[in-house]
Structure formats: structure tokens, C-alpha cells
Ligand binder design. Sequence first.
Ligand code: ADP
Ligand code: F6P
Length: 482
Amino acid sequence: MSPKSSTRKLDPASFVVVANRLPVDRVEGPDGTADWRPSPGGLVTAFDPIMHRRRGAWVGWHGAADEELEPFEEDGMALIPVPLSSDEVTDYYEGFSNATLWPLYHDAIATPQFRREWWDAYVTVNRRFADRTAKVAAEGAVVWVQDYHLQLVPQLLRRQRPDLRIGFFLHIPFPPTELFVQLPWRHQILEGLLGADLVGFQLPGGAQNFVRLVRQRLGLETLRDRITTADGRDVLARAYPIAIDARSLNELAATEQAAERATQIRHDLGDPRVMFLGVDRLDYTKGILERIQAFGELITEGRIDPDEAVFLQLAIPSRERVDLYRQLRDDIDRLVGRVNGESKHIGRPPILYLHVSYPRIEMAAFYRAGDVMVVTPLRDGMNLVAKEYVACRMADDGALVLSEFTGAARELRQAYLVNPHDIDGLKDRLMEAMNDSPQNKGRRMRLMRRQVVDNDIFKWADTFLDDLERLTQTSQASQEAG
Ligand code: ADP
Ligand code: F6P
């Protein structure tokens, strides 16, 4: 990929998305030259189609440290790189974002670490993002700030640019109040978010936790989802469960190319009767060890015959310099090796585990090929993979085993829901999903497909942005009247 680099001065944008990462990462190509590749993760999957429709500017880090880049244009969108030094990558991104907030917001599955120097870097970097955004946003622009890396940006931005309409969306869970209050900088984070006019969460529970916290900890007045700030502004906190561009993915999966590739994938796996599939960023929240353990025990107990079934696990390495992620990678390697070694199966191993990043068409082919999609996070804000699988099952076949602890489980009620901590329960659910009748599978998949197609990413963005516009018009009108 080579974005058309243009250093000409970009016009101020009336729609600006601000996220830790740009949709493309700058990486070193095999010959040592600079190259670009799509950034990993659900946020980029969700915002790419929105930005292609709405255009505007995207402010974010370009994934490489100690490198200052000029803004450039890509497919009609202005990309505004924000530089990070290697110390800031360590302290702001790997430290405060991914070793403090990430575990704390995911039910403290891993122990969050609280380090003051990480917090200092978080403040510095949030300030830089706010400064960059203040420079590119046109008068009265809509600015949509994303995710846990940038929770101070709404307030910092409002101080410089009170003319802007500011929305914030949190892609990961917002934790229960008892956990959030462990954070030494809890007041600053709450106040940072309150700089937005509209604060969006994946689930109603997250929005309610936030409203409770600002009432109890900041002493602000609240009425249902409405908060009145100390300077008299109204802020709304609501749930907007994020979605995917289901139609495009469905179209991609329906192509001849995807069909042929799906057949080829199954063939390469030895044409098994049942293909189990896992697709994740390699993260300890995703429950990858739990599902491999469950599958391994089913083989050892003879409930699954490795001649008939195979488990393909795709896992893109993520945050590789954070200790827990390195350790997880080793743990999964060891467990997969043990299950395969103990299976006494000559021929292809029962579990195949790949670390490759694939283009969208290839992902669509994997989803088409998989008979049982296994999504078992211990906690996940939404999980777009579950929705992507459903979007690709045009024939209303296939089965989705889905953790109760994902945001997606609230919408995909017809999945084979499971508690991934309960390994025996998980084994039973895998068996049920594998052996259920085609009629039952068809009924479940039809209902889920309707949900995913009717509630797509464009509807999600329109709903959020319409609410933001209505809200700012009302508060403008009441300020003028007052
Ligand atoms: P998260 O945001 O935590 O990474 P999601 O499930 O919401 O999790 O989103 C993950 C996104 O990454 C999905 O759009 C999925 O298709 C994509 N993805 C996951 N694994 C791969 C892979 N091996 N190659 C390409 N894309 C992948
Ligand atoms: O919301 C989860 C998230 O942190 C997103 O911001 C991002 O899309 C994804 O996970 C990938 O994480 P990272 O940018 O740390 O590789």
C-alpha cells in the first residue's frame, strides 16, 4: 500500500475522527524501505467504511516511533499523523493505555499497573492529539474522538475550541464503578470525557456506570442519561453498539473468488467433516487458551475424532512488547503443541495455528469455510469477528459459539452462548454447535443475519452523529434563549 503523499496544505475539515491509530501503519518493507499496511483491530474495520463515505480528516498515530510525517491524502480522506517518541510508545501506549486501562476496563482479568510516569505520558500525548485536532478542524466542525487512549482529548479540545461539536466513543467495556474507582486519576478521566457533548458506550451498562460515577464522584446533577456539567453544559451518555459494513462483506463472501478460496482452504485442511474456526487479535481477553483447552479435551476424551474435525486458529500478534502479550503467545504455542502432540493422530494436526494478517477477501473465505465459529472472550466491548462471520453465511448455515461476556452477545441472542470460564460447559456447547440439526442452525443464523444486516455501521454512525447534532442544536438554542 502506498498512500499518495501530498504535503500541500490541507483545508480545515468539517468532520474529524481522532483515534490512537491511523487506518494505515508505517512499517519497514522487506528491502528496508518504508511501506504502509492496514492497521489491525476492530476500530479501523468499523471506521474505514464510514470515512470512505463521509470523507473528512483522520487524526492518529502512524504506528512508527520517533518519526514526524506531513499530513497526506488517501482515497479522498486527509490523514493527519501524530508523532510519538519511543518513550511515549512505552509509557503512553504500551504502559498507561495497554497495561493500566486495558486490563482495568476488561474486568481486571489481568492486574492493572498504576505508574505515575505512564500517566504523565498519557496527559502529554492526549494534549498533542488535542492540539493537532484543534488545528485541522473547521469552525463548528464535528469531531469524533475514539477509545480509551484519548479520554482526556474532549476536555482539552473544548478548552481551545468551544465552537466544536465533540463526540466520544469508547470501543471497549466501561468497567463497573468498584473497579473504575481504583484508578488514581479517576477524576481527571471523568472530567476529560465530560468535555464531549455526547459520550457513547457499547452497552447501556457502561453508560449507566459512567453516569453513576460522575454523580457520586464529581457531585454532578444527572437525570437518566443526561449530565449537567459544572459549567452548565448538558452531556449525554448513551449506548451505541458498534456494527460492521455487513452488505459489503456479504458481497465479498458471495464472490466466485471467495467461494473458490473457501473450498481450497478446506481442501488444504484435508477436507474435514467439521472445521472449527477462531479469529482474533492475540489478546488475553479473547479466551484463546480456554477454547483450545476445551477442544483438546474433546479430542483426548474421544468426543471429537481428529480424522473428522480440525480447529483453525488465526491470531494476529498484538502489542508484542507488553509482557503479558509475549507470555500469552508462548502459552498458546505450548498448549497447541501439547494438544497436537498428545492427539496420537498421524497426518494433519488437529489444531492449526497461524499468525498471518489477511486481506478482507481472504477473511471472507475463511468465514465461508468455517462450520463452527468459536468466539470466547472473557470480556470484549463488542467483538466484530462474530458479526463478520454471520455476515458471510449467505446460505444461513454454520454455527456461532459466542461468549456471554461480549457486547455482541446482547444482539446475537441466537448464537450458542457460553461462559468461557466453564470449560465443561464450553465443551458441551462446541459439541452442540457441531451436531445441531441443519434446521436449527438455519433458524438461528437467519435471525442473526437479519440483525447484522439491519443494524450496519452506517446506521450506527448516523444514529450517533444525528444525536450529537440534535443535542448541540438544543443546547445552543437554550444558551441563546438564556
Ligand atoms: P479487536 O478490536 O479487539 O481487535 P474485533 O473482533 O472487534 O476485535 O475486531 C477485529 C478485527 O480484526 C476484525 O475486523 C477482523 O476481521 C480483523 N482480523 C482479525 N484477525 C485478522 C487476520 N488474521 N487478518 C486480517 N484481519 C484480521
Ligand atoms: O478497541 C480495541 C482496540 O484497542 C482498538 O482501539 C484497536 O482497533 C484494536 O484494539 C487494536 O489494538 P492496537 O491498536 O493496540 O493494536
